[in-house]
Design a protein around this ligand. Structure first.
Ligand code: MEV
Length: 438
């Protein structure tokens, strides 16, 4: 067996894990161990908390934690915490926040908060027998999750409905039980999955000797039970609006700018290749906040992109119009977010984020995150239809390029002044630093 394979790795201590990896994969370089350990938090208890989020933790992987101030959302002003590595995202968010602060701010409203999960079944007997069994066992399924639902119910949430669906048109013998939930301020994945697994167990136990299946001598089989990250019924809308005349900029009249902007949106509504990048820009804002608040960005990403295709082809999540001299720009996003449970109480910086945001409940957080997405999208489209994206992006990327060139503080100072009115690229920055060193 290769020395690069190992069993019992997870049982080793953190230092043993690092030693083994450094020996087997990193050429025994002592710097590798040093680097991993320098990223440990000096406070042992705090580090241990982070270690215990997942298995086989070696170190911490830093990402910048930033803030974009001046977001006026439904009349209140917030500074939005953002965790992201891309240079220009926070600057773009801050720009959009200030721009819209001067034009009435953002408005946002939650449309719905329902999430769902499915128990997926295979049954080769007659559909009517399975349906009859479901109808009979349905109250028992609901009763069986009573103990799990107590505290969720006390908070006004819990199971909302349980329905049976035949999907045999798409896949032989395939049926499902669709369960819908309101999970209040929890993202609810654990709650939903526990309820589904309990109901699946109750369902399966009931099939033994059930009258409905005696004749066919075949019982339904639960294939799996899991929540869906597709949450089109957990929807939030964010919007900005102002007179077209208030949009004049970069040598364009308000009307010219608004028309170009709306055209860019129409293109993203029509052309999937553009729509994906357009929506990626929205997710720059969404993910940064989702991460800063300790939420599950993979769930959000999966759900949002599925929703972007809900009209039959992948399209822009945002829309814009000009009507009676008024420019309106809005988006609707499916967002399953939590402000309790998960990492919210465990990660100290998530607690800072929540405090910055005034300890929002889940619907409040949905509104804030949707606004971050809209702001980011506004800033991107604005740049794209005026100066182009690279000017602002490269300006923000300059420090990364200087760091790559190992510029000193004084070289950075000269370069920052020089590149105020010179084109920024990897080549021009390297050449400039070389010229300083000659
Ligand atoms: C870059 O991270 C995001 C953009 O490409 C988004 C867009 O094109 O709309 C600028």
């Amino acid at each position: 067996m290769s020395s690069k394979t190992i069993s019992g790795f997870s049982k080793k201590s953190k230092s043993e894990k690092i030693d083994w990896l450094v020996a087997q994969y990193l050429g025994n370089a002592p710097e590798a161990k040093d680097l991993l350990t320098t990223y440990w938090h000096p406070d042992h208890d705090r580090q241990q908390k982070h270690d215990e989020f997942i298995e086989n933790t070696l170190s911490n992987f830093y990402m910048p934690y930033a803030v974009a101030p001046n977001f006026m959302i439904n009349g209140a002003v917030l500074a939005l915490p953002m965790v992201i590595e891309e240079s220009s995202v926070v600057a773009a968010a801050s720009y959009a926040a200030k721009f819209w602060m001067q034009r009435g701010g953002f408005s946002a409203a939650v449309i719905s908060t329902t999430k769902s999960g499915q128990i997926h079944l295979i049954y080769s007997g007659a559909a009517k027998d399975l349906m009859a069994y479901f109808e009979r066992i349905r109250p028992a399924l609901i009763d069986s999750i009573e103990p799990l639902s107590k505290s969720m119910k006390a908070r006004g949430g819990g199971l909302k409905d349980l329905v049976f669906e035949s999907r045999t048109k798409d896949l032989d013998h395939y049926y499902l039980i669709e369960a819908t939930f309101d999970t209040k301020d929890a993202m609810g994945a654990n709650f939903i999955n526990s309820c589904l697994e309990q109901m699946a167990a109750t369902f399966t136990a009931g099939t033994q000797g059930a009258a409905e299946f005696l004749e066919a001598q075949v019982v339904p089989e639960v294939v799996m039970s899991i929540l869906s990250n597709y949450v089109p019924e957990c929807l939030v809308r964010a919007q900005v609006s102002c007179p077209v005349t208030a949009l004049a900029q970069e040598g364009l009249t308000g009307q010219e700018f608004a028309e170009k902007f709306v055209q860019a949106i129409r293109i993203a509504e029509t052309e999937p290749r553009r729509a994906v990048t357009h929506n990626k820009g929205i997710m720059n804002g969404v993910d940064a906040l989702v991460l800063a608040t300790g939420n599950d960005f993979r769930a959000v990403e999966a759900g949002v992109h599925a929703y972007a295709a809900h009209r039959g082809h992948y399209q822009s999540l945002s829309h814009a119009s000009i009507q009676d001299g008024q420019f309106t720009f809005w988006l609707e996003l499916p967002l399953a977010l939590g402000t309790v449970g998960g990492l919210t109480k465990l990660h100290p910086l998530v607690q800072v984020s929540m405090a910055l945001l005034g300890h929002p409940d889940a619907p409040q957080l949905m509104r804030i995150v949707a606004v971050a997405g809209l702001a980011q999208n506004f800033a991107a489209i604005r740049s794209l239809v005026t100066t182009g994206i690279q000017k602002g992006h490269m300006k923000m990327h300059l420090l990364n390029l200087l760091n790559q060139a190992e510029a000193t503080d004084s070289e950075k100072e000269s370069a920052t002044a020089h590149f105020k009115d010179h084109e920024i690229s990897n080549r021009t920055v390297v050449d400039y630093i070389d010229s300083l060193r000659k």
